[in-house]
Design a protein around this ligand. Structure first.
Ligand code: IDP
Ligand code: MG
Length: 138
């Protein structure tokens, strides 16, 4: 069993896509292990995206991620880090195939609906950044 960290970003929540995205997660056989609806403040969003702090899009990314509520999730399944990245599709919705979440619902390379950890190390960091062990129920 493996765990990963996922976010339905503010555009996804604002556009009413939570149900459709969770349906795709469950239909893939991935289990929800923790979940919280929250609005990030700048400090929290900047800490989360620390690795991107020197990118030109950083401050715009923080504006976006703090623009409204988002849904934080821990997902559990065998090989779930790769499986969730496959369901999301590539970062840029213009390059994401139909049938992927970003391909079907992403607005642009910034407003791309969902986040997923990219490695076991980042999954561990990101899960612990937002959740306590006792919040994780599967
Ligand atoms: P990922 O979310 O597919 O792992 P990352 O490269 O880790 O992609 O970038 C984190 C987030 O930053 C992306 O999901 C997207 O919201 C935003 N982002 C990435 N590249 C760009 C860009 O070139 N312009 C604007 N925003 C970007
Ligand atoms: Mg990333």
């Amino acid at each position: 069993m493996e765990q990963t960290f996922a976010i339905i970003k503010p555009d996804g929540v604002a556009n009413g896509l939570v149900g459709e995205i969770i349906k795709r997660i469950e239909e893939d056989g991935i289990r929800l292990a923790a979940m919280r609806l929250t609005r990030l403040d700048r400090r929290r969003a900047e800490g989360f995206y620390y690795v991107h702090r020197s990118k030109p899009f950083f401050s715009s990314l923080i504006d976006y991620m703090t623009s409204g509520p988002c849904l934080l999730m821990v997902l559990t399944a065998p090989d779930v880090i790769n499986r969730w990245r496959e369901l999301m599709g590539p970062t840029n919705p213009d390059e994401a195939p139909r049938g992927t979440i970003r391909g079907d619902m992403g607005l642009n390379i910034e407003r791309n609906v969902v986040h997923g950890s990219d490695s076991p190390q980042s999954a561990l960091y990101e899960i612990n950044y937002f959740f306590r062990g006792t919040d994780i129920v599967v």
